[in-house]
Design a binder for this molecule. Sequence first.
Ligand SMILES: Nc1ncnc2c1ncn2[C@@H]1O[C@H](COP(=O)(O)OP(=O)(O)OP(=O)(O)O)[C@@H](O)[C@H]1O
Length: 294
Amino acid sequence: MAAAIQLDNVSKSFRSKKAVDRLSLTIEQGSVVALLGPNGAGKTTTVSMILGLQQPTEGTVKLLGGDPQDAGVRNRIGAMLQEVSVVDSLKVAETINLFRSYYDHPLPLERLLQVSNLEAERNKLASALSGGQQRRLGFALALAGDPDVLFLDEPTVGMDVTSRQLFWETVRAMAGRGRTIVLTTHYLEEADSVADRIVVINNGQLVADGTPSEIKAGTNGRVISFTAGSSVTTELLRTIPGVGEIEWNHNRVKLKSADTDRLIASLIHHGIEMRDIEIVSGGLEEAFQALVNK
Ligand SMILES: Nc1ncnc2c1ncn2[C@@H]1O[C@H](COP(=O)(O)OP(=O)(O)OP(=O)(O)O)[C@@H](O)[C@H]1O
């Protein structure tokens, strides 16, 4: 099975600015991949090259095994970009039908209205929708051709909680049916809960690539915390292999470690008095900050 997306040593320069710098990336079919990075990292430029809207200065991009500009490939792609431009005189259902007409095997209108939660707005002018409703219309339009690969650029900006939930459920269900989804977002908790894989770019370069748990574990490790017995002191803890930074909060101790399983075994082995032990992973937010501020 061909990869859904393949970038080989791709660079894109704008005069002296290198927006994307020797990026290589393979995205398998059926996965949900979040592309993260701070403002100006090169996310939009990367997605534009994958979509064939911009040409790389160097390197090659393959989409569904072919050229992104090939008509056969384009017919199997959907994109929800940040701006939705609508025809002023068309109603919501008419706008969706217009997009459906561009594709060989469009999804039914009723299904698109349902997944975008726009059934009640079907007869409204598209230009009269609220910001969040326009994003949802953008989603319906991106799905119109029942795409194999779907690009979502900051998709949930302006959506309310209910719309977000329905939105991510639909996205996950699509991945379950073998569709590939690439999204950019600044809401890290969304990337954490919905993505199978997170790719972090900074200054146009790939700085991390893995599952959300791998990304979190790779940068901040995990934290063991426990209520210490009266015999436990900082000096005693320092004698135990694997103990690094020690943080006290009254009689509760926090220890950071890349290998909490080994550390806990070591603490027990040394007879450290512990109660109410907790092991927690650092958040994606901290991992992200650590990666892009290196
Ligand atoms: N058409 C262009 N001409 C000149 N420079 C550009 C152009 N497009 C992008 N850049 C520059 O390339 C870099 C990467 O931009 P890009 O829009 O890809 O970042 P991004 O990760 O999508 O950022 P954001 O999170 O703010 O959307 C930035 O420094 C930007 O100023």
